[in-house]
Design a protein around this ligand. Structure first.
Ligand code: ZN
Length: 294
């Protein structure tokens, strides 16, 4: 499943391609994905210019001239690919199935731009979301209004996290995945951040928070989250076609996992000597080292 760094990479890639271009034709090949598309979505978008693209949690907010926002979420397996004018190269997914891109049965949305290029949205499992909303009403959107703070913004500090954890009786791993506590930290990066901060995923949140001021451990955790997300974004490249996930599998980010998916292997922390184990929390796999994460 694409996580925050992957979505941020997609945002940057789309920005480079979209901004300043005009949408000539919006080709919707289905009535919807996870939810139905709004009626007249395509015709309302056509003829507008792309102004900017923002990200809120894992939602892309693609802003069009005239105060409209095309909201997109990649779901489990969605991805965008770019095709230059006249180009018929296959996206990795369709290519693997022997189909030319733009013609595969999973290519659900094609945006035709004024320079003849196309942006194709492919989504085999169709858990993605697309909506068209007034830019001025973005914050009140039913999918966005309950979201907590963004982990990469300066405003997200140890004090902010500590107050969210105070009095909470849930385990810290569960709290990090709670979108009201902080958005966009998925299972993989929660495991990685806890490993880097040497915190056990089983620790009860309130015991980390500190009574008035945040503990040193919360400070380490906030730093670890920011570092890991930034490193993943930096390793992601800046063009869309660098990011080609086949069937929602993660591609090039996997090489730098320190703990995720390493059960039974030796802990990578120097001189630790522990072994990574896998447990299940809330139906999701957690990987950690019992020796150096406390
Ligand atoms: Zn260890």
């Amino acid at each position: 499943m694409p996580e925050l760094p992957e979505v941020e990479t997609v945002r940057r890639g789309l920005m480079e391609h979209f901004v300043g271009r005009t949408l000539v034709k919006m080709e919707l090949r289905r009535d919807g994905l996870r939810f139905p598309f709004p009626v007249d979505m395509g015709s309302r978008m056509e003829g507008r210019e792309f102004i900017s693209i923002e990200r809120r949690a894992k939602y892309l907010l693609i802003r069009l001239s005239g105060g409209l926002t095309w909201l997109a979420h990649l779901g489990m397996s969605g991805h965008f690919s770019l095709l230059a004018a006249g180009e018929e190269r296959a996206s990795l997914h369709e290519y693997s199935l022997g189909m030319p891109v733009g013609k595969g049965r999973h290519d659900h949305v094609v945006a035709h731009l004024d320079d003849g290029s196309r942006v194709v949205y492919t989504d085999p499992r169709r858990f993605g979301v697309m909506d068209l909303i007034d830019t001025s009403a973005e914050e009140e959107h039913r999918l966005l209004r309950h979201l907590g703070p963004e982990p990469l913004e300066h405003e997200w500090t140890a004090s902010v996290l500590a107050s969210a954890l105070r009095g909470r009786n849930v385990k810290i791993k569960t709290a990090l995945l709670d979108q009201r506590v902080v958005v966009g930290i998925g299972n993989i990066y929660a495991c990685e951040a806890l490993f880097r901060a040497r915190i056990s995923p089983l620790r009860i949140s309130s015991t980390l928070a500190g009574k008035r001021r945040p503990t040193k451990r919360v400070e380490l955790l906030v730093d670890a989250v920011k570092e890991i997300l930034n490193e993943a974004i930096e390793s992601g490249g800046s063009t869309l076609n660098d990011f080609q996930a086949v069937d929602g599998e993660l591609g090039y980010f996997t090489h730098f996992f320190q703990v995720y998916d390493r059960d039974g292997k030796e802990c990578k922390r120097e001189s630790c000597g522990g072994k990574i184990i896998r447990i299940v929390q809330g139906g999701r796999s957690t990987f950690y080292c019992r020796r150096c994460q406390r």
